[in-house]
Write a protein that binds this ligand. Structure first.
Ligand SMILES: *Cc1c(COP(=O)(O)O)cnc(C)c1O
Length: 421
């Protein structure tokens, strides 16, 4: 095979991919913001790429200083007393935190606490992490405004409660109006509050989970702090804790430590990128990130709610959830069809069918890095598709019409996967 043919083959393949660098990617809960290239330049500096964790500390004082400063920035931004930088992803952070919650209760002779409460809007990783540590999940439903139902929370919280896992703003993009009350209920019952801060894009410089009563939390650097993700690539999900949980942190000399959850200091390459992002924006810049993320989401929600059903109609935070319910009832068109049609318009579809409590859900997260022109172009496409549902439903049902890959047989892909060619 000639080199030129090989190069053309792979270059052509790479151009069939969609990415944040090629288009708008409003995948709710995933925060597909633009990744500034300066982050990559910093992480690629010779002094960072050509060191080894077994080197003597005094020969790597630069990276150690960076990690220490980074931990302090996270403490300042989120209100915690210490962080572990080891976890390699959000779900890994959840596991780490739940192991600490378990160790904390064991240390207090409260091992009988074995239930974690989550709302029905919770991210799928939450109950999964709960089972991984051998706890049981108790699901509490959301109220009519999209908050956790406070009366039901009061009913289920008790002697067997190990903790509550909550995302706030939640996966509906809504800030829980009763958060202080919820924190009080859990603390009075003897449980701990865990904040799933995978996506903290609405709150930087505005409110801190520790101040709301959350005892520990994880944060995805590969979402809020602009390090690349997707395709399972390396991430980082540092976990912050309040004072009483410091002895349980992984990888310390404390006898109560849960032990290591990752080799050495975690994915430091990802941390360098997030550090660069924080340093280049500064405190005022980070606050502006959140203000613009929230503004962009509300702008789009307002334009789209005329054309798509909006179950929870109140000011949203960094994302919002609309629904294809009207299109399904009137024209038999599913949200999946609408998502596929968006590909024809040159957009990555939003997250669909999640959260589970909104039928035919479309979860849209524009992020702060998009221009008004891009937001309008996406809204125009969504509105055009709503019209097509009326005038040419077959066009929407058979989308995408001009993508390199047409619809895959999702049932066959799940039932009879061909994992090698
Ligand atoms: C993305 C996300 C997670 C999981 O993070 P990973 O890095 O993908 O493991 C957990 N909770 C919420 C709310 C998320 O958006």
């Amino acid at each position: 095979m000639a080199e030129v043919d090989l190069v053309r083959h792979f270059t052509r393949l790479s151009q069939k991919n969609f990415s944040v660098d090629t288009g708008f990617y409003p995948l709710g809960s995933c925060t597909m913001k633009y990744n500034p290239k300066v982050n990559e330049e910093t992480a690629a500096m010779f002094g960072f790429t050509n060191i080894h964790p077994y080197q003597e500390d005094e020969t790597v004082s630069g990276i150690l200083e960076l990690l220490t400063n980074f931990e302090q920035y996270l403490c300042a931004i989120f209100g915690y007393d210490a962080f572990t930088l080891q976890p390699a992803a959000g779900a890994h952070g959840e596991l780490t935190a739940l192991l600490m919650i378990k160790a904390f209760h064991r240390d207090n002779n409260q091992e009988t606490r074995n239930k974690i409460i989550v709302p029905d809007s919770s991210h799928g990783t939450n109950p999964a992490s709960v089972s991984m540590v051998g706890y049981k999940t108790v699901v509490v439903k959301s109220d009519a405004h999209g908050n956790i139902d406070i009366d039901e929370l009061q009913r289920v919280a008790g002697d067997d409660t190990a903790g509550l896992m909550l995302t706030n703003p939640n996966t509906l993009g809504l800030f829980d109006e009763h958060i202080l009350k919820a924190a009080d209920i859990i603390h009075k019952a003897g449980g701990l509050l865990y904040y799933d801060g995978a996506n903290a894009n609405a709150t930087l410089g505005i409110c801190r989970p520790a101040d709301l009563g959350f005892d520990l939390a994880h944060f995805n650097l590969h979402k809020t702090f602009s390090t690349p993700h997707g395709g399972g690539g390396p991430g980082a999900g540092p976990v912050g804790v309040s004072k009483k949980l410091i002895p349980f942190l992984p990888g310390t000399k404390s006898k109560k430590s849960i032990g290591r959850v990752h080799s050495f200091h975690g994915n430091i390459n990802v941390i360098i990128k997030a550090y660069t992002y924080i340093r280049s924006l500064g405190a005022a810049g980070l606050k502006e990130v959140s203000e613009n993320a929230v503004l962009n989401a509300n702008y789009m929600m307002k334009r789209l709610k005329e054309h798509y059903y909006l179950k929870y109609d109140r000011t949203c935070q960094h994302e919002f959830v609309i629904s294809g319910k009207w299109q399904k009832e009137k024209y038999g068109i599913k949200t999946l069809d609408i998502a596929k049609r968006l590909i024809d318009y040159g957009f990555h579809p939003p997250t669909i069918y999640f959260p589970l409590i909104v039928e035919e859900a479309m979860m849209i997260e524009p992020t702060e890095t998009e221009s008004k022109e891009t937001l309008d172009a996406f809204c125009d496409a969504m509105i055009a598709i709503a019209k097509e549902c009326e005038t040419n439903p077959e066009l929407v049902k058979n989308a995408p019409q001009n993508a390199p890959v047409k619809r895959v047989d999702e049932i066959k892909a799940a039932r009879a996967p061909r994992l090698r060619s």
